[in-house]
Ligand binder design. Structure first.
Ligand SMILES: C[S@@+](CC[C@H](N)C(=O)[O-])C[C@H]1O[C@@H](n2cnc3c(N)ncnc32)[C@H](O)[C@@H]1O
Length: 220
């Protein structure tokens, strides 16, 4: 098994190569279908004047959408310097540079300010060590934690698991990042043990979208 440093370097390098594609796709088509679902879940709860942390922010599209809807500020963390650069450029051209900050770092270790909304959009599936990442999100998340993971549930579960095994076989041979299907029941329990309740969940073709919330009395 590779060292944690090697894994984070590999993720950073691989997503550096994708940064332009992510940014162009967002500029052409906006958020992906699954991200739009999560955005709707969050907007239903209310984003006005809320502070946001976007873990594995990529090119920053999700943060920008929340800022457009009145979020007070957004902080993004990503292992890919090129993604962080692209996110910085996106908030600049969108006119939100005073309300957003993006930084290179490991979301599992970064120091995060307490924030109303924490997003983990298609990030857990790229990273082996989900526990500290989710713990960091829970510790920072005052009211909402929203995340998107592969559709490892229901009828899609076995085709997905087999597909991921096949893909990982080739990814490993090519020295590329691996994909992870982390145990959804343990993720759920971890959030529930911290006072969060699953508020909404919905599947898209490839992804599962979850929003957890916690009431004011149990917030840190
Ligand atoms: C599939 S992309 C999703 C990007 C963005 N959230 C979106 O939906 O457009 C995964 C992103 O997570 C980042 N990432 C993966 N593991 C991470 C970690 N432990 N800490 C910070 N960023 C991470 C990658 O660098 C990449 O930019």
């Amino acid at each position: 098994m590779e060292s944690p440093e090697k894994e984070t370097d590999r993720i950073g390098e691989e997503f550096d190569a994708d940064a332009c594609d992510f940014c162009d796709r967002y500029k052409r088509r906006g958020l992906s279908k699954s991200s739009r679902l999560l955005l709707d879940f969050i907007l239903n709860e209310g984003a006005q004047d809320k502070t946001v942390v976007d873990l594995g922010c990529g090119a920053g599209g999700f943060s920008v959408e929340l800022l457009k809807k009145g979020a007070a500020s957004a902080i993004g963390v990503d292992l890919s310097p090129k993604m962080v650069e692209a996110a910085g450029e996106l908030v600049r051209v969108s006119g939100f540079e005073n309300r957003a900050k993006f930084q290179v770092g490991n979301a599992a270790e970064a120091e995060l300010p307490p924030s109303d909304i924490v997003i983990i959009d298609k990030v857990l599936c790229c990273y082996s060590n989900w526990r500290p990442l989710l713990k960091n999100a829970i510790d920072a998340g005052r009211a909402m934690v929203g995340f998107i993971v592969p559709r490892d549930q229901g009828l899609a579960k076995w085709p997905f698991r087999i597909g991921v095994r096949v893909v990982n076989f080739f990814q490993k041979r090519r020295g590329k990042i691996m994909f992870y299907l982390h145990p959804l029941d343990v993720l759920d329990r971890t959030l529930q043990d911290s006072g969060f309740t699953q508020q909404k969940s919905q599947g898209s073709r490839l992804w599962l979208v979850f929003l957890y919330t916690r009431p004011p009395t149990t917030r840190a």
